[in-house]
Design a protein around this ligand. Structure first.
Ligand code: XMP
Ligand code: MG
Length: 179
């Protein structure tokens, strides 16, 4: 894989499609075991998680439901720190086994603000599954129950993640190379 340009920035290859899918299969196997005999409800956080949620869901063999919410806090390559619920939850989660699917935890602000809204609705259980986590950037605690990759504090694009709207269709994950 070679360097790519998205808008005005250069990105370098970081995770291959194969590496991503191997992790998704491991995560799905874990979820299939942990939720065997149950019917969990996955809540995927749009936009960034659409590809993660879609691919992971295909590896599940248990009975499972999925719904979507849209939260946004990012502008360009920096978090604005201000979380907006652009599309809210339309499903009753009371007494459900809920699993949040998030593409990336950066500062932790988005999920640390959203999770209390979920707990308020009294699910039977609540877990968080995350594709990428930047531990060095995290300022707000988020309990991560399932994690695919812990990554350095560098902006990433691809596999659903964007830089100002572009890059989501890239099958691999790329890391910011230079400004
Ligand atoms: P926080 O800081 O609230 O951020 O944990 C979570 C949301 O911000 C987006 N985000 C990124 N998007 N590359 C992206 O394309 C990144 O490196 C990145 N870091 C954070 C993402 O939407 C996530 O849900
Ligand atoms: Mg996101």
């Amino acid at each position: 894989m070679a360097l790519i340009r998205v808008h005005d920035k250069t990105f370098t290859p970081y995770l291959t499609e194969k590496e991503i899918h191997e992790k998704l299969q491991q995560l799905a196997a874990q979820l299939n075991a942990d939720y065997a005999g149950k019917r969990p409800l996955f809540i995927a956080v749009l936009n960034g998680s659409f590809m993660f949620a879609s691919d992971l869901f295909k590896y599940l063999t248990i009975d499972a439901e999925i719904c979507f919410i849209k939260l946004a806090s990012y502008k360009g390559t920096k978090s604005t720190g201000h979380v907006i619920t652009a599309i809210g939850l339309d499903t009753d989660i009371t007494n459900r086994d809920v699993i949040i699917l998030e593409d990336i935890i950066d500062t932790g602000k988005t999920l640390s603000q959203f999770l209390p809204q979920i707990t308020n609705q009294q699910p039977a259980s609540l877990k968080v599954a995350v594709l990428l986590h930047k531990p060095e950037a995290t300022q707000f605690h988020v309990p991560i129950d399932y994690l695919c990759f812990s990554i350095p504090n560098k902006f990433v694009v691809g596999y659903g993640l964007d830089y100002d709207g572009l890059g989501r269709n890239i099958r691999e994950i790329y890391q910011l190379y230079s400004d």
